[in-house]
Design a protein around this ligand. Structure first.
Ligand code: N2P
Length: 360
């Protein structure tokens, strides 16, 4: 009888706890959180998390602009978030509800405020660069050493032709591929001039026959397994591929290079849709991510740098000193960031991207 009473009260507590704490629906990039972050948050708060993933800003943007996504926390890159915020998609962040907000790097907040005045709609989650992932041996067998770690691996038809047989993959993201193509041509990566876009399209069409596929997350496993030898990829994703290759023990060595001609540096933001069903739980999650140990654990697991000054002491040495994760000043000087597109340019870009992908 006594056991039964204890059982009943335990059940009542669980039920009332679950009801009181409720749910949280998160839509994040794939391979972008530590394996235990969500479970730890659930254990600490009693909130039940539904966690979905995407792999490109364009996919997330389509959901946000349609509305009624059902999500409470989403993670757009800053240049996409800025435009979506203008369209009224996001709720203002209640910073008073974020006791850990002061852990954020104030210089980074200032940079982000250029696109999100007063940091109204977003809290920075992680930082990334977009560069080149490659199979060290396969590439060395095929091209000259001075081409390795250069955008020539993707944009120079002669170099790409030498790599085509071992497999080239490219992100399925017009914004993040056309920008480095423009930069490679010596043009402004943020140009919205249609003559510039034509030049970038021409460049990409010239290498199109050598590109095996366009996809924004498949390259992690394919690089790790040796099924492709080069991919345009996000810094941490390529470094995760490097680890998966080492763990598989099949002799595949993967490396990441921020191209010598320069590459994109970006910030992904935690934002709350205006129609989020559980906005209070969204703030609890964002505040949880801002805890130094939590942010550091994500960085240590996914190999993306975080903007949390207080977290740095918890980032392991190998990660903190990896130039692919925390680029040194001389490399950073060569990086560019993206600005929000004008809607009109965006439509032209989408058309150009279809031309590039279909190769005609
Ligand atoms: C995670 C990719 C995040 C960086 N897989 C691109 N925003």
């Amino acid at each position: 009888m006594k056991n039964f009473t204890i059982m009943c009260s335990a059940l009542a507590m669980t039920a009332s706890g679950a009801l009181a704490e409720g749910e949280l629906n998160i839509y994040n990039w794939s391979d972008y959180i530590a394996e235990d972050t969500i479970a730890n948050f659930e254990a600490e708060t009693g909130i039940t998390v539904n966690y979905d993933v995407f792999d490109s800003n364009e996919v997330l943007e389509a959901k946000m602009l349609t509305g009624s996504s059902g999500y409470d926390v989403v993670v757009p890159s800053i240049e996409f978030m800025a435009r979506q915020a203008q369209a009224g998609v996001f709720a203002e962040i209640d910073k008073d509800a974020l006791s850990n907000y002061g852990n954020l790097d104030t210089n980074i907040l200032k940079i982000l405020a250029v696109n999100d005045p007063d940091n109204t709609y977003g809290v920075p989650y992680m930082m990334f660069t977009t560069g080149l992932g490659y199979n060290v041996d396969a590439v060395a067998e095929r091209i000259d050493a001075d081409k390795i770690g250069s955008w020539d691996m993707i944009f120079d038809p002669e170099t790409a032709a030498l790599l085509a047989d071992c497999g080239i993959a490219v992100l399925d993201s017009p914004s993040e591929i056309v920008a480095p193509a423009l930069n490679y041509l010596g043009l402004d990566p943020n140009s919205e001039d249609s003559a510039d876009l034509d030049k970038a399209t021409e460049l990409l069409l010239a290498v199109r026959p050598h590109i095996r596929y366009f996809h924004s997350s498949q390259y992690i496993n394919d690089l790790a397994n040796g099924d492709i030898c080069v991919s345009v990829g996000y810094s941490g994703d390529v470094l995760q591929a490097r680890d998966r290759a080492a763990e598989a023990g099949q002799g595949v060595e993967v490396a990441y290079a921020i191209p010598k001609e320069g590459g994109q540096v970006g910030f992904d933001m935690l934002a709350i849709p205006d129609d989020a069903p559980n906005p209070e739980n969204a703030l609890k999650f964002i505040n949880y991510i801002l805890e130094p140990e939590v942010a550091a654990a994500v960085t240590n697991y996914v190999y993306y740098a975080n903007p949390n000054t207080a977290a740095t002491e918890f980032v392991v040495d190998d990660v903190r000193t990896d130039p692919g994760i925390y680029p040194p000043a001389e490399v950073s000087a060569n990086l560019f960031s993206l600005r929000p597109h004008a809607p009109r340019y965006d439509r032209t870009l989408t058309r150009a991207w279809t031309t590039i992908k279909t190769g005609q």
